[in-house]
Design a protein around this ligand. Structure first.
Ligand SMILES: *Cc1c(COP(=O)(O)O)cnc(C)c1O
Length: 423
């Protein structure tokens, strides 16, 4: 157990870090919930912005209420592309015309994986590409999707057995990818450990074998800089309700490299992805550009909170956001070492900041039961079976003092259970 001197050392450090935080002013722009003293789940569901309530009311009264059906022509039809371009520029390293806000991450991944398989097999003289490469530690939706798509298409999945601590390595990817590979599906930042994959190297490996890659950016977008164009990426998707604070169920984004757009056919051919949609003509002919990835009516109302958050990301800059994110995870790891490691808690995230995303995962057999008690006292991390506690430190809305309060609460609750105190 750490003595009081260590605790006050951490407290002083948290105070100094909060005082010197160049992004501190952003914290006040988020809705504060008085009974939550430490919100450590902003990577699962970001806090709302204060302005969101006004934005929603103004939209209902002025735009929707005022413009009515005219709103589609005047603005809404272009909004998925407009927000996609802003997102691409602010945090994805994507030039305009390649990103769209639509559907959910799951649906976008499905559409992208299916489209990638068609493209990878487009050359009749090329090898039959019958395999999807994916890893066993990816988020469930990714694993279920590739299983389902493989069954639909009579393909097989080549599973990479990823070490949760190191993630999918270049060597593992090189071993799994071959001329049978159609598409590789991986997360850039692992949802469990926070490990950052070497996306540029893995993309190059896949291309050398004639395969395409779909990157899942759910735990990257808004926290870890992404350079899709520079990586030579093919496809990517991610959600906007985590570090992009879009709200529960806010629409996801999808990226398709410009070079793939002319030949891209997506599997859900709906009317709003058609050329001259409002002619309502016979047969389906895809629209030009990224618009062809849209299937049906875009959820405009659900894009409002994201629009507000994008302004903040643009203002703060993704490099400064990443800098704070690294400082927050470094601080959380230091606090873990002093306060939790002595109680048997282990670190299940990379030690090295360069390969660690915006969250830190800790492990202890008591965490499942502990999580309920933490939530009840207003300290909110995320539990990940079998024994992981994930501390999501959303850079624009989380403070160092807040992080320390959460870790102290974990320490207190663990000490109570260890001492056999009634809990
Ligand atoms: C959160 C998350 C998803 C979520 O997909 P939805 O369709 O929004 O439910 C997908 N992939 C990863 C890696 C995630 O972390």
């Amino acid at each position: 157990m750490s003595g009081p001197a260590t605790v006050s050392g951490l407290a002083a450090r948290a105070e100094a870090l909060d005082a010197g935080d160049p992004l501190a002013r952003f914290r006040g722009l988020f809705v504060d919930s008085p009974e939550v003293t430490s919100y450590l789940d902003g990577n699962s569901l970001g806090r709302p912005l204060r302005r969101t309530a006004d934005d929603v009311r103004r939209f209902a009264e002025d735009e929707w209420g005022g413009r009515l059906i005219r709103g589609w022509d005047e603005r809404w039809l272009d909004l998925p592309l407009e927000l996609g371009d802003r997102l691409g520029a602010a945090c994805l390293g994507a030039a305009a015309g390649q990103t769209v806000v639509a559907d959910s991450t799951t649906v976008n991944l499905y559409k992208l994986i299916r489209a990638a398989i068609e493209l990878a097999n487009a050359d009749p003289a090329g090898p039959a590409r019958t395999e999807i490469v994916a890893d066993t530690d990816n988020f469930p939706t990714d694993r279920y999707l590739v299983d389902g798509i493989a069954a639909e298409r009579g393909m097989s999945v080549r599973w990479i057995d990823a070490d949760p601590l190191t993630g999918v390595t270049g060597a593992q990817a090189a071993e799994a990818i071959s001329e049978r590979t159609a598409v590789v599906v991986l997360s850039h930042v692992a949802y469990r450990s926070g490990y950052i994959a070497d996306a540029r190297a893995i993309t190059a490996l896949a291309h050398a074998a004639g395969a395409l890659v779909v990157w899942d950016l759910c735990h990257s977008a808004g926290a870890v800089p992404v350079e899709l164009d520079a990586w030579g990426a093919d496809f990517a998707a991610g959600c906007t309700y985590k570090y992009l604070n879009g709200g529960p169920g806010s629409p996801a984004f999808a990226y398709i490299a410009a070079r793939h757009l002319p030949a891209l056919r997506q599997p859900i051919q709906g009317w709003l992805g058609r050329r001259d949609a409002f002619e309502m003509g016979p047969g389906y002919e895809p629209a030009d550009g990224i618009r062809r990835f849209i299937s049906g009516t875009p959820p405009i109302f659900a894009m409002l909170p994201l629009t507000g958050m994008l302004s903040l990301v643009e203002e703060a800059g993704i490099a400064a956001i990443r800098e704070k994110s690294v400082a927050l995870t470094e601080f959380a790891i230091a606090a873990h070492r002093e306060l939790l490691a002595p109680l048997g808690v282990t670190l299940a995230s990379p030690e090295q900041a360069a390969v660690r995303g915006g969250h830190v995962t800790l492990e202890h057999p008591g965490f499942r039961e502990l999580t309920q008690r933490l939530w009840a006292r207003g300290v909110i991390p995320d539990f990940r079976a079998p024994q992981g506690l994930r501390l999501g430190l959303s850079p624009l809305s989380t403070g160092y003092g807040e992080t320390l309060r959460g870790i102290e609460a974990i320490r207190d609750e663990l000490a109570r259970s260890d001492a056999g105190l009634p809990v």
